[in-house]
Design a protein around this ligand. Structure first.
Ligand SMILES: [Zn+2]
Length: 144
């Protein structure tokens, strides 16, 4: 999500007719904020106020930026479960193919750091593949 009102509406909509917990992630793709100007603390506080148990970041600009975003969310919502699902970098064209700069190994190294920062739900987003999930899983579990 990029906008707090859209996120609130999405949470309300997801809760209608469903008793499952609703999680919410935001894409901080614009200088540490969402495209609508929402900061990580604002997002975490807004979702905590709605009783959303897990909040975090997906996609974004570069996976390294979550190293700055996660502590901000932790401070703003100390009881929230933190989610880290970054993209594998920014796509670019190379030989008529879309490629992403972050390798599965790089994403796995970062996933370990996300867990150290309090993330308990870790994955990947755009530009990843099953190979990324395997690498992240192996890194996180071997570090535990
Ligand atoms: Zn994505």
């Amino acid at each position: 999500m990029s906008d707090l009102n859209e996120a609130r509406a999405a949470v309300e909509g997801a809760r209608q007719g469903c008793d499952l917990p609703v999680f919410c992630t935001f894409s901080f793709d614009t200088h540490g904020r969402t495209s609508m100007g929402v900061s990580p603390p604002q997002a975490a506080q807004a979702m905590a106020a709605l009783g959303v148990p897990a909040v975090g970041a997906n996609c974004g600009h570069a996976p390294e930026e979550l190293l700055d975003i996660l502590p901000q969310m932790r401070e703003a919502a100390p009881d929230a479960y933190l989610i880290a699902k970054p993209n594998a970098g920014i796509p670019r064209m190379a030989k008529r193919q879309v490629v992403y700069d972050a390798t599965p190994e790089r994403m796995a190294d970062l996933a370990v750091r996300y867990v150290e920062l309090g993330a308990c739900i870790v994955g990947t987003c755009c530009g990843s593949s099953p190979a990324y999930i395997v690498a992240v899983r192996e890194a996180v579990l071997s570090d535990a």
